[in-house]
Design a protein around this ligand. Structure first.
Ligand SMILES: *[C@@H]1O[C@H](CO)[C@@H](O)[C@H](O)[C@H]1NC(C)=O
Ligand SMILES: *[C@@H]1O[C@H](CO)[C@@H](O)[C@H](O)[C@H]1NC(C)=O
Ligand SMILES: *[C@@H]1O[C@H](CO)[C@@H](O)[C@H](O)[C@H]1NC(C)=O
Ligand SMILES: *[C@@H]1O[C@H](CO)[C@@H](O)[C@H](O)[C@H]1NC(C)=O
Length: 201
């Protein structure tokens, strides 16, 4: 009995000794200070994806009439092409691109909000999207500053004056689709960056 108790104590002792070693190997010393930022960023992207579906209240069938419409918002045109080579970018370059698009989308969301108000459509979802885009860009901006990298501003987009509810709806559909693509890519990019910069994080 005493032998068992002794060896149990001994084992406990060994475990206590070993614990700091286990802890320190689980947390690499070079764990990036950005690690705490990725989770809230991904949260905002998830919320944005949900809101992007609510930017218009069209049914699937109604939507088909709009989908053939050409894309007209030049400020959002070339995202897919840029994201295609995303995995080859450095962390600072990836975050910098994400910030650029986040800010561009925010300018469009704010514009859509006003356009909707002008034709008496509910602007609640556009306002919600704008809010999440602002918070996402604040996190990206803070991360880039922490890395000593530049935080880019997109050039001001030239956005049309719209006066018909039908046109506002078309732009809502376009922004909704673009935002979904953006969220899709951003989420993947952020998850990949998180894995790469924050092992076990
Ligand atoms: C970006 O972050 C820096 C450093 O935290 C801050 O001084 C600056 O005001 C931020 N810019 C914007 C547009 O939020
Ligand atoms: C990103 O960091 C690398 C070095 O780590 C640097 O050479 C490059 O200029 C940086 N790029 C940006 C956009 O800050
Ligand atoms: C909303 O209406 C105001 C006043 O007529 C106009 O100046 C503004 O450009 C309109 N906004 C949009 C996005 O069309
Ligand atoms: C998002 O990505 C998934 C997986 O790659 C794809 O199946 C889906 O069609 C994408 N959605 C949009 C809106 O791009």
């Amino acid at each position: 009995m005493k032998l068992i108790r002794d060896s149990a104590l001994c084992l406990l002792h060994l475990l206590l000794l070993a614990e700091p070693v286990v802890r320190s190997s689980a947390r690499p010393a070079h764990r990036s200070p950005l690690c705490g930022m990725f989770r809230p960023m991904i949260h905002h992207v998830d919320s944005l994806l949900t809101l992007s579906h609510e930017l218009h209240a069209l049914t699937g069938e109604e939507l088909e009439n709009f989908e053939a419409a050409e894309h007209r918002l030049d400020g959002l045109l070339h995202i897919e092409h840029t994201f295609a080579h995303f995995s080859s970018l450095e962390v600072n370059q990836s975050l910098s691109k994400l910030l650029l698009y986040t800010r561009a989308f925010r300018l469009h969301a704010d514009w859509l909000m006003k356009a909707k108000e002008n034709v008496s459509l509910s602007s609640r979802s556009a306002e919600g999207a704008s809010d999440h885009l602002l918070q996402l860009s604040n996190l990206l901006n803070a991360s880039l500053h922490q890395m000593g990298a530049e935080a880019p501003q997109p050039p001001p987009p030239s956005l049309p004056v719209v006066s018909r509810a039908f046109d506002v709806l078309r732009f809502s559909v376009e922004i909704s689709e673009r935002l979904q693509v953006f969220c899709n890519w951003s989420k993947r990019a952020l998850v990949r960056l998180q894995r790469r910069s924050c092992p076990r994080g």
